[in-house]
Design a protein around this ligand. Structure first.
Ligand SMILES: [Zn+2]
Length: 301
């Protein structure tokens, strides 16, 4: 676990997602009240709590836990964190809130998407009591001291994806809406997972974000980035690169996902420090975009 100072009122806790530094963070946002943005997985919850201890934040002081979407590395730790933070309300899009109350279907679907190699690094998801969940799609949360979090719809990566704008810094908690950016592993690629990835929605989301005035991106994987325009341009470019590779594979009748991913992300080779991420999340992305495109072609055939 590592504490990463971001702003005077925002701190990131690197909670060692996938047992590695530089892969995932939970953000701590402080006004008069305190909110966490993103929960990590069940396995990272203890590191997040240790981070709060190190920051001198009492368990009763956290009023809110905001999830950008239902995936297990963003909302999977919600059950354990809610149990440890007795006052906190959990926020997520109402579309997927039922999966926090009963995670059984989510666990099965996540396991299929993530693959057997990386799945043991996620942990067992605990349910969140229904009365502690609030729908987040029109959230406007005033924490005091001009710190206000507002939800904006950013679908594509998943249909329930929300990002949260923070008024005092002008930054955006972007979740996975424009992909991942891990300087620690020199990895930058869009994450387009099955079964609900939507290419048109993500293209629209990235274009919409490019029109906004955003001072900083608080990326979940992993860390704050100030060069917003360049990051969004790269996100668009890298997405279109994957689209071209997947289209070419489909034309050739090639559905060898590991081989397609290795052409897209050569970092998936075994001797690279971020190989597990490039392999697991890269193959998940190739599979998700391929599934989306095959279904789209079936519909229009
Ligand atoms: Zn996700």
């Amino acid at each position: 676990m590592e504490i990463i100072p971001v702003d005077d009122h925002i701190t990131a806790i690197d909670h060692d997602l996938l047992n590695r530094p530089g892969v995932g963070v939970t953000y701590v946002v402080r006004g008069d009240d305190i909110a966490l943005v993103e929960t990590g997985t069940p396995l990272t919850a203890s590191a997040t709590l240790a981070g709060l201890d190190q920051l001198g934040i009492a368990r009763e002081a956290v009023g809110h836990i905001l999830c950008t979407h239902i995936h297990v590395d963003h909302a999977g730790g919600a059950g354990l964190l809610a149990a440890a933070l007795p006052r906190a309300t959990v926020y997520i899009h109402s579309m997927t809130a039922p999966h926090l109350v009963d995670p059984s279907r989510l666990i099965a679907s996540s396991r299929r998407a993530i693959g057997e190699k990386a799945w043991p690094l996620h942990g067992d998801m605990q349910p969140v009591p229904k009365e502690r969940i609030c729908s987040a799609e029109s959230l406007r949360l005033d924490l005091g001291q001009d710190v206000v979090l507002e939800a904006i719809l950013t679908p594509g990566h998943s249909p329930d994806h929300l990002s949260y704008r923070e008024r005092r810094s002008g930054g955006l908690f972007i979740g996975d809406a424009a992909g991942l950016d891990m300087p620690h592993y020199k990895l930058f690629f869009p994450c387009t997972p099955p079964p609900t990835y939507d290419l048109e929605a993500q293209r629209n989301t990235i274009a919409m974000l490019q029109q906004q005035d955003i001072s900083r991106l608080y990326v979940t994987h992993c860390g704050p980035h100030d060069d917003v325009e360049e990051k969004l341009r790269m996100a668009h470019e890298k997405l279109e690169e994957l689209v071209e590779i997947v289209y070419a594979a489909l034309e050739a009748g090639d559905e060898d996902i590991p081989a397609i991913n290795a052409r897209w992300l050569p970092e998936a080779r075994q001797d690279y420090p971020g190989a597990l991420i490039a392999e697991s999340w890269g193959e998940m992305s190739v599979a998700g975009l391929m599934r989306y495109e095959k279904k789209r072609r079936e519909r229009t055939a």
